[in-house]
Design a protein around this ligand. Structure first.
Ligand SMILES: [Zn+2]
Length: 472
């Protein structure tokens, strides 16, 4: 039985047509200490252990046949509820969302091509990539020349199966390896796709954490690809782990996590939440965060949003190779979040960019392409970005005429080794010099080349002794 959506701290009334299913939450970690800060979460954070947890989520989601609608995405969201108490929300087929219409729901039970001996030469049960996503049902006997327009292979990588979809054109097809095609032989083939394309629902997952303010950070990922690990599952797992890690943390911002079908999911969500969009102050789309390539950040359409500056600072401070790309109107759901009438400050956080690795959209984007180490490191870098968003503020130096006397206030060469003390003093001098109401702490970190955390700690110490005041 479906019931109307009820949520607190969100829309005052349920959005019409939005329904949710009863939620069964089963937390993997019940006893996280509460009232920590993000700074404390990051202290001593074990990225190896973290990576193993993220990888376990990827492994569990891998076998499920997802698409933009249907039981596969539902099952995936229910599985994620073991990690994070997300709400599974649904919007009926046929609902108008801006210029688009929520499509019919697609489900598949089986699909195969049998040769004259009755052997399944292509079998959906062996790989869910074998059937073109959104294929209409088929049951026919055909010769190979008749069948060939419906077959897709990758001749240059003859062992890999391509990933293909046909969401908005009612057709059918099979994806197979070039070797399978070459071994199919002659004669008649029995072709079966046991699927359904009927009015139903578009499903997505949403989880919101209330912070000290209603201003929000949006974390969004697509959840609509079948057995593909880097493109799809790495983002889903990382978003789930971030949501879990933020539970019980004292936060300035509220956080909203979305697991949605690509394109139609973000369009649907945006069309139904226009009233709250002004509250979204920062956002990130997560995808392809599990491979071993260097980090890639695609800036928001604005290009100089706080989240853009925060990610670039974190990646620069990592000491590793990384890429920063300007916004382009193709890619993932940042296209919708950054469409001109929405224009949210949402960038896209990746390792190797979509389309930039040979396994992209093939069966080789599997459990061997993503690694626990890469997933763990992605979570750490994202936590550092969130720490910046949480702690970044603009201050005024209360003693701007020449340097204040730090020793008199117990801030000069008091603690730690000489090297630590020198680093602390350098950070304090930068904060004092640039706290003119024009530079936020992030700008000071960027200009000084010091890690944000060091600048933020220096600001805390200076504020404590009355040398800094909030610039409002
Ligand atoms: Zn994709």
């Amino acid at each position: 039985m479906k019931t109307p959506e009820h949520r607190s701290g969100d829309l005052p009334v349920p959005a019409p047509g939005l329904v949710c299913k009863p939620m069964q939450s089963q937390f993997l970690e019940q006893n996280l200490p509460r009232d920590r800060t993000l700074r404390e979460v990051l202290e001593g954070f074990d990225s190896c252990r973290e990576g193993e947890k993220s990888y376990a989520i990827v492994e569990a989601l891998y076998p499920i046949c997802r698409s933009i609608t249907g039981d596969g995405i539902r099952e995936s969201l229910r599985l994620l509820q073991r990690t994070v108490p997300l709400q599974l929300l649904e919007v009926p087929s046929g609902t108008q969302v801006f210029d688009w219409t929520v499509p019919k729901e697609w489900n598949i039970r089986d699909g195969y091509i049998k040769n004259a001996k009755g052997e399944r030469v292509v079998d959906f049960q062996r790989s869910n990539l074998h059937v073109v996503s959104y294929s209409v049902p088929v049951r026919r006997t055909m010769s190979l020349p008749e069948l060939e327009p419906h077959l897709f292979t990758l001749p240059e990588t003859p062992d890999w199966i391509p990933y293909r979809t046909s969401y908005y054109r009612e057709t059918w097809g099979f994806c197979l390896s070039q070797r399978q095609l070459e071994g199919m032989g002659e004669g008649e083939f029995e072709v079966c796709i046991d699927s359904s394309l009927e009015p139903g629902y578009l499903s997505f997952g949403e989880y919101r954490i209330q912070g000290a303010t209603d201003d929000e950070v949006l974390i969004s990922c697509h959840a609509c690809h079948p057995s593909l690990c880097n493109d799809n599952l790495s983002g889903m797992a990382t978003a789930a782990r971030l949501a879990q890690l933020l539970q019980g943390v004292t936060l300035r911002y509220s956080y909203r996590f979305l697991w949605i079908p690509g394109t139609i999911g973000s369009i649907t969500w945006l069309a139904r939440h226009e009233a709250i969009l002004p509250r979204i102050k920062h956002g990130l789309v997560l995808s392809c965060v599990g491979d071993s390539g260097p980090f890639t950040f695609k800036r928001s359409r604005r290009g100089d949003a706080e989240v853009d500056r925060a990610v670039e600072h974190v990646l620069r401070q990592s000491g590793q190779n990384f890429h920063v790309l300007d916004f382009t109107p193709y890619g993932y759901d940042e296209r919708q979040y950054c469409s001109p009438g929405i224009n949210l400050p949402v960038g896209c956080f990746m390792r190797t960019q979509n389309g930039g690795y040979p396994q992209y959209h093939t069966s080789a984007d599997d459990l061997t392409l993503v690694t626990p180490a890469s997933l763990g490191e992605s979570v750490v870098q994202l936590l550092r970005v969130l720490q910046i968003l949480e702690e970044n503020r603009c201050y005024l130096n209360c003693n701007p005429k020449c340097e204040p006397q730090l020793g008199r206030r117990g801030l000069y060469r008091q603690m730690g080794g000489l090297k630590d003390a020198a680093a602390r003093e350098t950070a304090m001098l930068w904060v004092l010099n640039l706290s003119d109401g024009q530079h936020d702490l992030l700008a000071i970190a960027v200009r000084s080349g010091l890690p944000f955390a060091q600048i933020s700690c220096a600001a805390d110490a200076l504020e404590e002794v009355g040398l800094l005041a909030s610039a409002g």
